[in-house]
Design a protein around this ligand. Sequence first.
Ligand code: FE2
Ligand code: FE2
Length: 144
Amino acid sequence: MTLSQFLEIMNGDLANEWTHLSFYLYHASAVAGLHAHEYKEFFTEAAEGEMRHVQGFLDRLFGLNYTQPCQGPKAFAYVSRIEDILTLAIKLEEDVVTNYTQRLKQLDDLAISHPETAAYLKVFYEDQIKDSYEDAEHMRRLVA
Ligand SMILES: [Fe+2]
Ligand SMILES: [Fe+2]
């Protein structure tokens, strides 16, 4: 794994983070039903968290001189029932945990040629895993 190969993968992760930001922001307004008011706040806070993730990935990619980091989200599903939104959100967060666990393995490979950068990026990805793991856990409790 070369650094430029890893940065391509990281740019794909940035695309997903943009998508998550849009997903939560969109559904903060799309949410309907008796508890829509509380969930608007909940999804708005989730969007704010994703905004910090997007910024983290952008800062890392620019910091590592990646030419043009991803500028926006991919298309995502739209629903309005709270349970449906939460179910989609749980899937998003669980996929992140799976993907970033894979990144830790790929960073072991990158560490052969770039030990310091790989060590730093492990901490970065571990923080992302922690956020997504805890968010998924929390939302599984909400739909239980
Ligand atoms: Fe995220
Ligand atoms: Fe997230």
